[in-house]
Design a binder for this molecule. Structure first.
Ligand SMILES: Cc1ncc(COP(=O)(O)O)c(C=O)c1O
Length: 398
């Protein structure tokens, strides 16, 4: 590209950014399945271990295929650098091990993924780190729950599964005011539809397992933010503790990024059509989808997302005592959608959050988060929308 050209667009970055070529000049990115790297001599080995010379040492520390994935994702999020991890949960764990010490306090949205709550409360709680959960959509609640040692503010927006939206500008501003690190789990919109760093958030966290892969094949995770924080604070903890991304998974994720925006945009269009149809279905009490004008935070979502993601949650019209059985009956009656806990796949999935992804929360936490027994979550894939509508119509009539 010549000097006067504008910077490459996101779609160009998605297929080009981060590419490293070996001596063989391969066109498609190579998969470096190697656990270690050779040194020219003992002196070079010593220099590499001492960090006096750039270069690969051992794949727990870094690997060229992993590095390509990190650089491509960093480009898409508009971040300086990225650290890849073995899963989304190990990204959060690595962050906490690197950034927190006993006595520190976490402020977290009450609507985050169930395992995130387990990690913060039950695992980190044993090491003297306390977490307070506050409504993701109430900035005042974050301020009033803060403590002198609040060092981490964590939210997921839109949230899983209820599509609650956190105002990214306010979230970043409160973090600055409190002197805490702000982190956004950007799973549902992906960088194709939302870039939290643009609004002043410090770090973006990803589960690559979902839309970044996009075809339900591998686990992976990532943290994207300022280069100094990624290289000097996060990387040393990852290389010591070892929840590193495998080169094979990195290669799958790297190729997944190339089609990310095409997939998520098509899946979102289908999700909006299905959300509109579900809203008018007589068996459905309420639909949660930020793309619907009736969503209480539709305007906020529009202001910070360029799309609405492909996850739709809905509650059934049913008496409380029969809610779980009725929701399970609907789920058991689908023939096309897959009954599985994953999302972000090209194949549509259907889940009962209260008895699966959020089952380890206490009943009180589920109630506070709005995860009712009749709530069903669908993650819309790339099948024909009309086929999906027909499948859901039959299931709702069962
Ligand atoms: C919003 C969200 N964040 C984090 C995770 C955890 O990611 P992983 O399964 O890759 O550890 C998930 C997994 O379902 C998720 O849905």
């Amino acid at each position: 590209m010549s000097g006067g050209d504008p910077p490459p667009s996101a779609q160009t970055q998605a297929v080009r950014a981060g590419t490293l070529r070996s001596q063989f000049h391969e066109h498609s990115e190579a998969l470096f399945l190697t656990s270690s790297f050779l040194f020219d001599d003992a002196e070079q080995a010593a220099r590499r271990f001492a960090g006096q010379e750039e270069g690969y040492v051992y794949s727990r520390f870094s690997n060229p295929t992993v590095r390509m994935f990190e650089q491509r994702l960093a480009a898409l999020e508009g971040g300086e650098d990225c650290l890849a991890t073995a899963s989304g949960m190990s990204a959060i764990l690595t962050l906490c091990l690197a950034h927190l010490t006993a006595g520190d306090h976490i402020l977290c949205g009450s609507n985050v993924f169930g395992a995130t709550v387990q990690l913060f409360s039950n695992v980190l709680g044993r090491f003297g780190i306390e977490t307070t959960y506050v409504s993701g959509s109430d900035p005042a609640a974050w301020r009033s729950a803060a403590r002198p040692r609040t060092r981490l503010l964590f939210c997921e927006t839109p949230s899983n599964p209820l599509m609650e939206v956190t105002d990214l500008r306010s979230f970043a501003a409160i973090g600055r005011e409190l002197g805490g690190l702000t982190v956004v789990d950007n799973c549902f919109c992906t960088p194709a539809q939302q870039q939290p760093l643009q609004y002043g958030v410090d770090l973006v966290m990803h589960t690559g397992t979902k839309y970044l892969d996009g075809q339900g094949r591998v686990l992976g995770g990532a943290l994207v933010g300022r280069a100094a924080f990624v290289r000097e604070t996060l990387l040393p903890v990852l290389r010591t503790t070892g929840p590193s991304l495998s080169p094979f998974n990195a290669w799958v994720l790297l190729k997944g990024l190339e089609t990310l925006s095409l997939r998520i945009d098509a899946q979102s269009r289908s999700a909006l059509q299905l959300a509109r149809w579900l809203q008018s279905h007589p068996a459905v009490a309420r639909v949660q989808y930020t793309g619907l004008e009736s969503h209480p935070q539709h305007v906020l979502a529009r202001s910070q997302q360029s799309g609405f993601g492909a996850v739709v949650a809905f509650e059934l019209k049913v008496a409380e005592g029969e809610a779980r059985q009725r929701a399970w009956r609907v789920i058991n009656a689908v023939r096309l959608l897959s009954i599985t806990a994953n999302l972000g796949d090209t194949r549509s999935t259907i889940t009962h959050p209260a008895s699966t992804t959020h089952s380890r929360l206490t009943a009180e936490m589920r109630q506070k988060a709005g995860i009712t027994e009749s709530l069903i979550r669908i993650a819309v894939g790339l099948e024909d929308t009309e086929d999906l509508r027909r499948d859901l119509a039959r299931a709702l009539g069962a």
